[in-house]
Design a protein around this ligand. Structure first.
Ligand SMILES: Nc1nc2c(ncn2[C@@H]2O[C@H](COP(=O)(O)OP(=O)(O)OP(=O)(O)O)[C@@H](O)[C@H]2O)c(=O)[nH]1
Ligand SMILES: [Mg+2]
Length: 197
């Protein structure tokens, strides 16, 4: 199995996942929060990861091969499903992925324009239970002013129990905060590699 640089490896269930690499970072978050857009911003690509203003664009676990030999996975958004059939399918997809033991670190993306959502807190609890370290990424910074940004930062630190170091505020549209996140990911990958050696 060889993962291609320019195409994501898409899998709905564990037997279809690609070979494990040095590390794997995952993007979680509600539908439409901007997971795929952030991935594009990190990859410096406009439309490698499929984005849409219609929620529910991403429907599989999409593995993106990153230089330095790790994956970032783009997941479907939770909290959105047209039909019961989709709810069941997504539940199985998340169960498989969470149980896979592949993740080195998770990012929970939250939309800065909304109050902290219980679904995101629940996701954080699940990750904690599974002993998977996580950080919070506030998205769509370009839609927020200074005081709104400050308010969501404070609320996120409180609700998710993260420190300033584990909290990122980005705009994939404008590029704001992307360099800091990139640098943090770089450091994480080096640490994981050092631990493995
Ligand atoms: N203003 C602004 N809009 C953004 C930003 N990031 C994403 N969006 C918009 O938000 C919408 C959803 O973005 P996606 O990246 O597809 O969101 P997603 O989380 O991958 O959505 P699902 O795949 O449905 O879970 C699109 O219309 C994007 O253009 C941002 O930084 N600023
Ligand atoms: Mg998406």
């Amino acid at each position: 199995m060889q993962v291609k640089v320019n195409t994501p490896w898409m899998a709905a269930k564990a037997p279809d996942y690609p070979e494990v690499l040095n590390a794997e970072l995952a993007f979680f978050g509600r539908s439409n929060v901007g997971k795929s857009s952030l991935l594009n911003a990190l990859l410096n690509r406009k439309q490698l990861a499929y984005t849409s203003s219609m929620p529910g664009k991403t429907r599989t676990v999409n593995f993106y091969w990153m230089q330095g030999d790790y994956y970032i996975t783009d997941l479907p958004g939770y909290g959105y499903a047209h039909k019961q059939k989709n709810t069941d399918r997504f539940a199985a997809l998340f169960e498989d992925y969470l149980a896979s033991g592949r993740m080195s670190h998770a990012f929970i993306l939250i939309d800065g324009r909304h109050a902290v959502n219980p679904l995101d807190v629940q996701m954080a609890e699940t990750l904690k239970y599974l002993d998977i370290p996580y950080s919070i990424v506030v998205t769509k910074r370009d839609k927020l002013n200074q005081s709104q940004t400050h308010a969501i930062e404070t609320a996120a630190k409180e609700a998710f129990g993260v420190s300033d170091d584990e909290l990122y505020v980005v705009s994939s549209l404008k590029g704001r905060g992307i360099e800091r996140l990139k640098a943090a990911i770089e450091t994480m990958i080096q640490l994981v590699k050092a631990q493995d050696n």
